[in-house]
Ligand binder design. Sequence first.
Ligand code: FAD
Length: 597
Amino acid sequence: MPSYKAPLRDIQFVTNDLLNFSEHYKNLTTDVELDQQMQSAILEEAAKFSENVISPLNAVGDQHGCKWSADGVTTPPGFKAAYQQYCEGGWPSLAMPEQYGGQGLPESLNVMVSELVCSGSVAWSGYPGLREGAIKTLVSYGNENLKNTFLPNLVSGKWTGTMCLTESHCGTDLGQLKTKATPITDNEYSLSGTKIFISCGEHDMAENIVHIVLARLPDAPKGTAGISLFVVPKFLVNEDGSLGARNPVNCGSIEHKMGVHGFVTCVMNFDGAKGYLIGQPNKGLEAMFTFMNSARLTTALQGLVHSEVAYQGALPYAKERLAMRSLSGVKNPDGPADPIIVHPDVRRMLLTIKSFAEGFRAFAYYVAQQLDLSDHGQSEQQRSQAKNLLALLTPICKGFMTELGCEAAHHGVQVFGGHGYIKEWGMEQNQRDSRISTLYEGTTGIQALDLIGRKVLGSKGALLTNFSDIILAFCKSQESNPQMAEFIEPLKQSTIDWLNLANKIGKSATTDADELGAASVDFLMFSGYTILAYFWARMASVSLHKLESTTDDRDFYNSKINTARFYFQRILPRTATLKLTIQSGAQNLMAMDSEHF
Ligand SMILES: Cc1cc2nc3c(=O)[nH]c(=O)nc-3n(C[C@H](O)[C@H](O)[C@H](O)COP(=O)(O)OP(=O)(O)OC[C@H]3O[C@@H](n4cnc5c(N)ncnc54)[C@H](O)[C@@H]3O)c2cc1C
């Protein structure tokens, strides 16, 4: 079983050399001062916690899973104690509002800590993770009473949170949901209905669970225009803040699933459970988007995590495992065979995983900077620019990074040969655990529709042009550098193709709306490959500069340039196929009647 080692050197490269976080922090309007040194110290502590406390629980969680009985859900051995330690260390409140007991540090720092914690165990990290979306929703839409009642204990981690959207007949199409909310008094409602697939719906890790629930009021219009949002605690809260009566919201059973066994997935029955309205009646879906966008970015990080875990497992194995001789001559004459890392195909897999993991880190941390700026940018113009970038990048980050995270996990197994299929090496768990990431928080198909429909065409191309201008400005700034030409030419071409494809899809959708859906996932993947090329080109540029200006760490910077080259020559060309499939249109998908499939 591989033990996780936090990639602090790479994180330092992205935060210091690539994205200049110390300057970024100075530009925020937050009161809390944070510099590079403090950031490093916090990340080192988070790394220790993840390596020593969380990572050892990863296989335990997979093997034991969660157990359900009439008394509730028991999490795997060690999960609860680790959660207590996590709370005692102050980790839950890191980037939370000071007004409710948080430390007020930037959200980007929380993203970095989340990467480390999630890499230790994706399953464990879900419990504190969902709480964050509940907090953000209450901060944005809750009234003062709800905020004061629920936020302090959610912020400290004493209570955890859930998001209750899905019902057995609808997950994507929430307009169909049936859970009812009947008014009891002006601000109290009685909720009845059944939700399924509710992550962390019931468990033994915290004393109370705060459910954020979508339901319909009695007079609500049909469809998404008639959905309201409620907060429904497992235990009601007395006026003095102490826990009151048990609310009738109970776990009816738990799912037996492919992966993330330590992360409980519950059927939740609301039998007249008391709840409180969040925001305006019938505007619940809008408020829920705060939760969903937060959860989408957390899920996107899982793509990075599964790639990093696959790389950390596969690389040492490829150096040690002996099989056959190198095609270009013996490399290990004293041994019975050469290590498999000499074989081009094994290198192809390792470099694919590496280019995803390191590229995703750059992409995710850039998005994390936009999260900071959208709330704490110096000017309205800076804040709205960050919001525009987030609107475009969130579905790409979620859809693209999780799809490729699954691919990376698959290569992780493959590098091990048959041993990858065996539990002891952890690679098959990584692959099983990765699979959910493309499904929950909106499937890849739904992220793709959001991207092309709402974000790109919905803004008449403005959101896309806004970001492509940033890429093209970077290309221009590198024009005079011949060492960068191998990256800049294809990046520029891919960006222009990206704009043209969006234009073409928009035009064909005016005559046939299915053209939009037919192109959507390929367009999302095209977008992701182009964006990753932008970050790899930037990483190459920084590394070339470092090689000229310092004698330190030459291997590290050369490795970055080699990986950038690999990405541009072997991964970015996938866009050529995507361009063709996008241009092939909807007919090849829609020509057959459903009954003739
Ligand atoms: C382990 C796990 C944890 C989960 N945690 C939570 C949770 O905490 N809270 C919660 O509320 N839910 C949760 N879910 C539910 C999850 O978010 C849904 O399963 C997911 O959103 C998909 O919904 P569905 O399963 O109903 O699939 P469907 O909506 O039935 O979709 C089936 C397929 O059709 C596609 N599809 C549907 N509509 C369209 C369209 N218009 N265009 C193109 N393709 C379309 C989808 O992409 C998918 O491939 C969880 C699920 C799992 C398995």
